[in-house]
Design a protein around this ligand. Structure first.
Ligand SMILES: NC(=O)c1ccc[n+]([C@@H]2O[C@H](COP(=O)([O-])OP(=O)(O)OC[C@H]3O[C@@H](n4cnc5c(N)ncnc54)[C@H](O)[C@@H]3O)[C@@H](O)[C@H]2O)c1
Length: 415
């Protein structure tokens, strides 16, 4: 348990006032943080937030890092976290970083080295493992009654109407319009790693093409594919299927098939199937229930993403106070993030097997230190991949005009 009472609050600054806001409320306070500064280049939003919360505001990250504080939470663009984390570590801050931890394998190596050198706490802010059902499945799995982990599935299938999707993706080069379909993989990979304590070692990636008759797709200027399925081999030889993207049929769930039983989690509920054919029957064959969170249940119930948003702050504070690294440390954060990169390499090679290097090992770090393979439009040069397996996609004039009207309503003034 965190002993917040006997300690002064941890002074935290947040980068990015979109998703970043979820790290500034009552849950963060209860975990022991005091919000002291926020930073965003979107001045209008920043000023509004700063006035509401009476905290220091910065548009320049370098100036923000000079603020007197202990820790920063990075909720800036998906593909830019590693360089911002490295700067914060060098400035003496503890860091919690949103998904993804790194955008290239080379950045993953650099980030790991920076954390080791700084001696500060780094936490990867993956909130999905901390959903109620996933925490309960970890508790059960660790208790050992389910035996060897054999096969798992995790789905992060999150379709959205075009207006909502466009409003959170302002500008053609916004990452939500171009990151390859395999990249947003940590919401699926993290729960399985967390429940079973296994690590990814190889991946086969497949992307699903966009469909021309999808009315939402017609209104989105997307440069990538419609979804992705990845088959991941774990370090105990178990196989995991990840399914993700904006496919129809919203579902966020985890399934674990083990030697002595099966667990499934969805919407905070857990279903267990235990066929005790050759054992003394100790449990009902099938049961479904809603577990409590292991700690601070009532508070967690009130926070976003099924309680997950509370526990990332809670365990970040815990690790800072104990002067240690959390479970979701830089090694796990990088490992689960690079699954999506390697899966895209695989998808471009028609699903061939690609190794997910173990960047805890110096030999793997040396090999990948200069790997800057990326479809980021800002890093485009010969040899870099396009965002879609179909190549250089061009949005239709209709989609672009449709999206621009929505972007304008959000206050976005760019192209
Ligand atoms: N874990 C979750 O459940 C969850 C949910 C939503 C978003 N996210 C993650 O949070 C991050 C942010 O997502 P978002 O939804 O807020 O959308 P977003 O990426 O559009 O927002 C990023 C914000 O950071 C600001 N920003 C970007 N670069 C900056 C810089 N150099 N200096 C100052 N400010 C800068 C932008 O102006 C914007 O307000 C992403 O990495 C996303 O993957 C995670």
């Amino acid at each position: 348990m965190i002993t917040v009472k006997n300690n002064r609050p941890i002074r935290v600054g947040v980068l990015g006032v979109g998703r970043g806001k979820s790290f500034t409320g009552n849950a963060a306070k209860a975990a022991g943080f005091e919000l002291v500064a926020v930073c965003d280049t979107w001045e209008e939003r920043l000023k509004k937030f700063g006035e509401e919360r009476k905290v220091a505001i910065y548009t320049e990250y370098a100036k923000f890092l000079e603020h007197d504080m202990d820790a920063v939470v990075l909720a800036n663009y998906f593909h830019q976290h590693a360089p911002f984390a490295i700067k914060a570590l060098k400035a003496g801050m503890h860091v919690m970083s949103e998904t993804a931890a790194c955008h290239t394998l080379g950045e993953g190596v650099e980030l790991i080295r920076a954390v080791e050198k700084a001696g500060k706490t780094y936490m990867f802010a993956e909130n999905y493992p901390y959903m109620r059902h996933n925490q309960e499945m970890r508790r059960l799995f660790k208790a050992g009654e389910f035996g060897t982990f054999m096969y798992g599935e995790c789905e992060y299938v999150h379709p959205m109407d075009a207006d909502s999707a466009n409003s959170i993706s302002p500008g053609l080069n916004h990452w939500r319009n171009w990151i390859p379909a395999t990249y947003y993989c940590t919401h699926g990979m993290a729960p399985v790693m967390f429940i079973t304590d296994t690590w990814p070692v190889k991946v086969n990636g497949f992307v699903v093409h966009t469909a021309p008759d999808n009315p939402e797709g017609q209104r989105r200027p997307s440069l990538h594919d419609g979804g992705a399925m990845m088959a991941v081999r774990m370090d105990n030889d178990a196989v995991v299927k990840l399914l993700q993207g904006g496919l129809r049929g919203h579902d966020i769930c985890t399934r674990i098939h083990a030697a002595k039983g099966y667990m499934e989690g969805r919407n905070g509920q857990v279903t267990l199937i235990r066929q005790q054919w050759h054992e003394k029957r100790k449990h009902p064959e099938r049961m479904t229930y809603t577990p409590d969170f292991p700690v601070m249940n009532e508070l967690a119930m009130k926070t976003g993403h099924g309680g997950g948003d509370f526990y990332t702050m809670y365990y970040f504070a815990d690790a800072i106070r104990k002067k240690e690294q959390p479970y979701l440390d830089v090694y796990r954060g990088v490992a689960m993030s690079i699954v999506g990169i390697q899966a895209y390499r695989s998808a471009l090679a028609d699903g061939e097997t690609v190794v997910v290097p173990d960047l805890r090992k110096e030999s793997a770090r040396k090999y990948h230190a200069k790997d800057d393979w990326s479809p980021d439009p800002a890093r485009r040069r010969t040899g870099q991949p396009w965002s879609s397996v179909e190549g250089n996609k061009k949005p239709s004039a209709f989609a672009l005009n449709y999206a621009r009207k929505i972007w304008k309503k959000t206050g976005y003034t760019g192209k």
